[in-house]
Ligand binder design. Structure first.
Ligand code: ADP
Ligand code: MG
Length: 699
């Protein structure tokens, strides 16, 4: 097999492919579009399309597709072949600039949250030239944004690109203040998403309807062992998993995805994959592709990759850590503390901008990770709470405190440093210690947001982050541009910002109950436990204004997303309830009854054998199982009735709350009866694989 350096990116129409295949001036104007967002001439598009097509055909492609990310959260594609008739029954393979740049697609089958009137079902896809085209199977995939006829965003890409524009615009203003002659043409967020997942055996998976229909187990008694020995994290990787990870890396590398780190995670059967960071729209595309390929490759190894946030109750769930920073096109990371005073001041300003953004828009950050699945994870085992705070580490916190109070900062053993914009301490990259419990941690030269669920698109979170930080920067630039004395104004601004927003900074244990108390009671931070709890915040005046001011979402677009999220929440729980009823009725109850019958038979046989024989165990067991059977049956009826009632609620917000309060709770009690019955029933009689089978079944 070829070496990695040879095949890396072979399925991606990347910079080297473009350079090799495009005429020089075409390449140059395309580069300008990619690097600086200049719009693309149709003549250039025609040449690019033709080169792309030739490249794809050489690699065996027959079709192309506009690949996009509708609000379902997964990707969509509709394949068109390159063929074009030329008469006499002959064809040529053709692909025009027009077809590359714009596609038309029936939008009516994708969620639009009321944006798309039924009489206007057309949707349009528009090429995102900043994300490379790639090949999947025999199809050339062109990353695109998806909009309605009226131009409203119907996808996860459009707002992300808009938010990148917003932060670029404002960050440039700031850089100009520090250096009027700056050669920075563009500033973009960089993101490296760490992806957690579970692997289970495919034959076991196929015997569990809950995994098949909902992606998580709805039933299952606790096994004797889960993760208490802490022997899985970074543990040696089993051969079957190793083979899977190897093939996964190879498939990702072919697509030019920078898969870098792989290891076992905290829970048994849980693993992680992290890529090297890239600019956010590309890492978003790549993360979607990664999730898709993870699932595909797993099947080839007789495995199933679970991306659900909480596949197993009582076991750590899966998240996605969104490592975020800001980089200039000249290769400078604006969140690097830097070594010279001026860089430090600039760093501290960007740091303050993030602190303010996270405090002001903590509600939107929570909203950006809201799904029924993630609700099970946030605030549970080994997951950050549903409440946002920032970890900065002791050193950075001490520096900010000193700045705020205007006192001297004493680095422990180093010489005393005066404070002020011109004499700021040098901050080593490793100034921050490790804190794994913070939802939003500064880790040396980037922030790591850890509330995302493993199945989430990273788009929503980054739209919020980019836009919220753009807003801080806008306010800062307004003030600083108007200031007579820049240095004094800068000093003041940093101090005021820290003073106003230090409540969001917390360096302690984020999993601690005492912190939740302090955060909510003393600091006034928001603890929004569930999706229905947090979603109404999305529509607040403050948040609508943020998105409108930065041209990221219109009010109608925000409303549509609000609706889609809640609809999705209700549908998810509805399917879970229906699946649970089905499994309990058709599999659990018959198994429990059959086993109860066996127990009774044994008791009877004993009595027949000798009336004096002790059958108290059989009696006790059969009675409890009978009791559980009755409770289970009652539980099914109660759940069914509640589903019917909740489905009739017209108001979506009320309906979502009812799903949480009436359905989730009933599912929990129904589960508790079934799980107890499982623990009392002979393993050989249980109708589907248990937690122990699933968690320890891949060897
Ligand atoms: P950690 O162990 O602290 O989580 P790593 O260095 O392994 O840190 O990085 C984790 C993820 O963060 C990787 O995906 C990495 O590419 C990404 N990352 C590193 N530096 C940056 C940066 N400046 N901006 C965005 N992401 C980054
Ligand atoms: Mg990490």
């Amino acid at each position: 097999m070829a070496s990695v350096t040879e095949y890396f990116g072979c399925l991606s129409f990347d910079d080297s492919a473009m350079r090799a295949r495009l005429p020089k001036d075409t390449y140059k104007s395309l580069k300008k579009t990619i690097d600086e967002g200049k719009s693309l001439d149709i003549n250039v598009a025609n040449i690019v399309a033709n080169a792309m097509k030739d490249w794809a055909i050489e690699k065996g492609c027959t079709h192309y597709t506009h690949w996009f990310q509708p609000l379902t959260g997964v990707t969509a594609e509709k394949h068109d072949s390159f063929i074009s008739p030329i008469g006499d029954g002959n064809i040529i393979m053709e692909f025009s600039g027009k077809e590359l740049v714009r596609g038309e697609s029936d939008a009516s089958s994708f969620p639009s949250g009321g944006l798309r009137a039924t009489f206007e079902a057309r949707g349009y896809t528009a090429w995102d030239p900043t994300s490379y085209a790639f090949i999947k199977g025999k199809t050339l995939c062109i990353p695109t944004a998806f909009c309605s006829y009226g131009g409203e965003a119907l996808d996860k890409k459009t707002p992300l690109l808009r938010s990148m524009d917003a932060i670029n615009r404002q960050a440039k203003r700031i850089l100009k203040l520090f250096d009027p002659n700056t050669d920075v043409a563009c500033i973009r967020p960089s993101v490296g998403p760490e992806q957690e997942y579970f692997l289970v055996d495919e034959t076991m998976y196929n015997r569990r309807k809950d995994l098949i229909f909902t992606g998580r187990t709805l039933l299952g008694a606790r096994p004797p062992k889960t993760q208490e020995m802490e022997d899985h994290y970074f543990g040696s990787i089993k051969p079957r998993v190793e083979a899977y990870m190897q093939e996964l890396d190879e498939e990702l590398w072919k697509l030019g995805i920078l898969a870098k780190t792989k290891h076992n995670e905290a829970a048994p059967a849980q693993h992680e994959l992290a890529p090297i960071f890239t600019q956010v729209n590309i890492s978003t595309d790549h993360n979607q592709l990664t999730m898709e390929i993870m699932q595909k490759v797993a099947r080839k190894h007789g495995l199933v990759c679970l991306l659900h946030e909480k596949p197993f109750a009582g076991v750590a769930g899966s998240g996605k850590h969104n490592n975020w920073s800001l980089s200039t096109n000249t290769g400078i990371n604006l969140l690097t503390p830097g070594e010279t005073p001026y860089e430090n001041a600039q760093f501290l300003l960007f740091l303050s901008a993030v602190i303010q953004a996270v405090d002001d828009y903590q509600d939107l950050l929570r909203v950006s990770v809201a799904t029924a699945g993630n609700d099970h994870r946030l605030g549970a085992l080994e997951a950050p709470p549903a409440l946002v705070s920032i970890f900065l580490g002791d050193e950075l916190t001490a520096i900010l405190e000193a700045l705020e109070s205007g006192t001297h900062y004493d680095p422990l053993e180093k010489t005393q440093l005066k404070l002020g914009v011109h004499v700021l301490p040098k901050l080593p990259k490793d100034a921050t210690d490790r804190n794994r419990t913070s939802p939003f941690a500064f880790t040396g030269n980037k922030f790591e947001f850890r509330m995302l669920g493993s199945s989430n698109s990273i788009s929503d979170t980054n739209v919020v982050l980019n836009t919220a930080v753009a807003e801080s920067l806008r306010q800062f630039a307004d003030k600083l541009e108007a200031a007579a004395d820049f240095d004094a104004a800068l000093n003041n601004l940093i101090r005021e910002t820290i003073r106003a927003h230090k409540r969001i900074i917390f360096n302690g244990n984020g999993y601690d109950d005492a912190w939740i108390q302090e955060a909510t009671k003393e600091r006034g931070l928001l603890n929004l436990r569930s999706t229905p709890d947090c979603m109404p915040y999305m529509l607040s005046v403050k948040n609508l204004k943020l998105f409108a001011d930065h041209k990221v979402f219109t009010e109608a677009e925000v409303e549509s997303r609000y609706e889609i999220t809640l609809e999705n929440y209700c549908k998810t729980i509805h399917i879970e309830a229906a699946t649970m009823i089905d499994m309990v009725q058709k599999e659990v109850l018959p198994a429990v009854m059959a086993y109860t019958g066996k127990v009774c038979e044994t008791g009877l046989a004993k009595k027949n054998f000798s009336a004096a024989m002790d059958t108290s165990y059989e009696e006790k067991l059969a009675s409890r199982l009978t009791e559980l059977t009755r409770l289970t049956d009652d539980g099914i009826r109660a759940l069914e009735a509640a589903v019917t009632e909740v489905e009739n609620i017209r108001n979506l917000t009320d309906k979502a709350f009812a799903y949480k309060e009436k359905i989730c709770t009933r599912m929990e009690s129904l589960r508790s009866y079934c799980d107890e019955a499982e623990s009392l029933t002979a393993g050989s009689c249980w109708p589907f694989p248990t937690y122990a089978d699933l968690l320890f079944g891949v060897r």
